[in-house]
Ligand binder design. Structure first.
Ligand code: HEM
Length: 523
């Protein structure tokens, strides 16, 4: 299992969306049907159409959510397009660092797996386009030469083109309403093959001449694009895909490349193919009467059941010294098991998951510089030290932080009634310094779009913090407050006037634990 190296907001957020949050998996679970096709088919098609703007020669285009601005084009016809974008938007999970393009890619990973296809490693970090790209999606009536040219421009050679089309057209089909010249009037949806699942039936039925794929055997010869593509190398590639293992491997590689085709300059994270071990939630602080209270959590995978196990958090003070014996340590106050969603359960390397909660009381004068954990099985084996690969979990500064206990946090329920999510209503900032010298503002990212059709764009606003009348200055800290909409997924706070400037990014309020997440970027 790969160990999580903290801090990494992007990776922890991606891990959360992949393996813990149930949002994607609940929509596409078990290859869920929709509109005579499947959600997974709609999500894979939109990913391809979004990526198809890529030009490998000049590095422009790629999977960048420009599709949001391209739906008027006939090449993007289909009810599934707007529906997919509405799926992603209503999840309300985009943040400044995890936008719609990342969600389209994530939807592909979930969709393919939910229909029995391979598990595709996921990379995060795509950047959303702010306008349409070129109109370069292949259409069925175009000839073979233009299709080949189009795929080569996107970065795929002829063999890869044949395979990728087969991998795509294992799901879903062609809709009569959208393609009346391809599908007979008495058929609402002409499936590409006889199974809804992600398998190589598309290949075997084509080779056995039993296929019903209208892009192979449809009455209109001009639109038999799958036939022209599949047969273009004398069926050599299609025959190679007759092995289910080869089909799955080939599709996993090509679809992974598809979702990782991004404009030049966009740097994606390392691929994530399993949940991280030793994942630490960013700590949250609060100040009261000369003490900080600090809460954090540690997620550990594959622990056996052991009632003797003790999990302890240790810390060093600001000078880097240890506290008096038994001072700077706290045992986990509780733990939670079975954290992973249904997609997480498909990952063979993970057999169990647990999250340990810590609530430490820290002397605010001596403060804290770093923390780490020890997992002691108390069975004679060496305790495991979890210390962020040796560096410890470093608290860069304690001059500016969101004071969680003074903030107002609301509890939200999913439409299904569970699980419980927490989010902020009023954010209280603790800033070391005199009230007169402090200036703090916040940019709020609210994924709650205000449009009924694509593009679904977040609402981004700025607000200034005001002195908080209900929290008088204490222990050298001044408390400032600002309200935030409860659907906001992320705020970026900047405070100045304290001799240093500090930025805080508060992301993913919707963590299904008793903690939201705060990243202290440093002073
Ligand atoms: C020359 C290339 C291609 C052409 C001409 C083509 C054409 C089409 C057409 C006409 C449809 C019917 C859409 C509708 O009725 O809504 C379709 C559906 C689909 N295509 Fe392609 N396609 C191509 C390549 C690809 C590739 C590379 C992928 C993904 C890897 C892909 C994935 C899909 C999927 C999943 C559907 C089913 C959508 C649904 O059921 O809602 N296609 N394609």
């Amino acid at each position: 299992l790969s160990t999580f190296h903290w801090p990494n907001t992007l990776l922890s957020y991606a891990d959360f969306q992949l393996y813990e949050a149930a949002r994607f998996s609940s929509i596409t679970e078990q290859c869920s049907p929709r509109q005579s096709t499947t959600v997974a088919a709609q999500w894979l098609r939109i990913a391809y159409h979004d990526m198809a703007t890529h030009n490998k020669n000049d590095g422009t285009g790629g999977l960048d959510a420009s599709i949001q601005f391209e739906l008027e084009r006939s090449q993007n016809v289909g009810v599934g397009m707007a529906q997919s974008l509405a799926d992603f938007a209503t999840l309300l999970v985009t943040t400044p660092f995890f936008g719609t393009a990342d969600l389209i890619a994530l939807g592909t990973v979930f969709g393919v797996a939910s229909c029995g296809g391979p598990i595709i490693p996921y990379r995060a970090g795509r950047i959303d386009a702010t306008k349409a790209g070129p109109a370069t999606v292949p259409e069925p009536q175009q000839d073979f030469a233009s299709h080949l040219q189009s795929f080569i421009r996107q970065g795929f050679d002829q063999t890869e083109m044949i395979s990728l089309v087969a991998c795509g057209h294992t799901l879903g089909g062609v809709r009569q309403a959208d393609f009346p010249t391809i599908v007979d009037a008495d058929t609402a949806m002409a499936d590409f093959d006889t199974t809804q699942t992600f398998d190589n039936t598309i290949v075997s039925q084509y080779l056995q001449n039993t296929t019903d794929d209208v892009l192979v055997v449809g009455p209109n010869k001009t639109t038999r694009s799958d036939l022209r593509i599949f047969s273009s190398d004398g069926n050599v590639t299609m025959r190679s895909l007759l092995s289910p293992t080869k089909f799955n491997e080939t599709c996993a590689n090509l679809i992974e490349r598809l979702i990782n085709t991004v404009p030049q300059g966009v740097i994606l994270s390392e691929p994530i193919s399993e949940p991280f071990n030793y994942l630490v939630n960013d700590p949250l602080f609060s100040y009261l009467n000369g003490q900080f209270s600090m809460t954090t959590t540690l997620r550990v995978l594959n622990l056996n059941s052991n009632s003797q196990r003790v999990v302890t958090m240790f810390w060093l003070d600001r000078q880097g010294s240890s506290c008096p014996p038994a001072g700077c340590s706290i045992r986990a106050s509780s733990n939670q098991t079975n954290l992973l969603n249904s997609f997480g359960h498909l990952i063979p390397s993970v057999t169990s998951s647990q999250r340990f909660f810590f609530n430490a009381t820290i002397n605010a004068t001596t403060s804290i510089s770093r923390f780490w954990f020890e997992i002691n099985e108390n069975d004679g084996s060496e305790p495991v030290i979890v210390d962020n690969d040796g560096s410890g979990y470093v608290i860069a500064q304690d001059d500016v932080f969101v004071d969680v206990q003074r903030s107002e946090i609301v509890t939200l329920f999913q439409p299904t009634g569970s699980p419980v999510f927490l989010t902020f209503k009023k954010i209280v900032l603790a800033v070391r310094g005199d009230p007169g010298s402090i200036d703090a503002s916040m940019t709020i990212w609210d994924p709650l779009f205000n449009s009924s059709s694509p593009p679904f764009l977040p609402v981004i606003t700025s607000t200034n913090f005001q002195l908080d009348e209900t929290n008088t200055p204490q222990g050298g800290f001044t408390f400032l407050a600002a309200n935030v909409s409860f659907t906001a997924s992320s705020v970026d706070i900047v405070a100045s006037g304290v001799g240093s400037r500090a930025a805080l990014t508060l992301e993913n309020f919707l963590v299904p634990t008793n903690l939201p997440t705060v990243t202290i970027i440093g002073s």
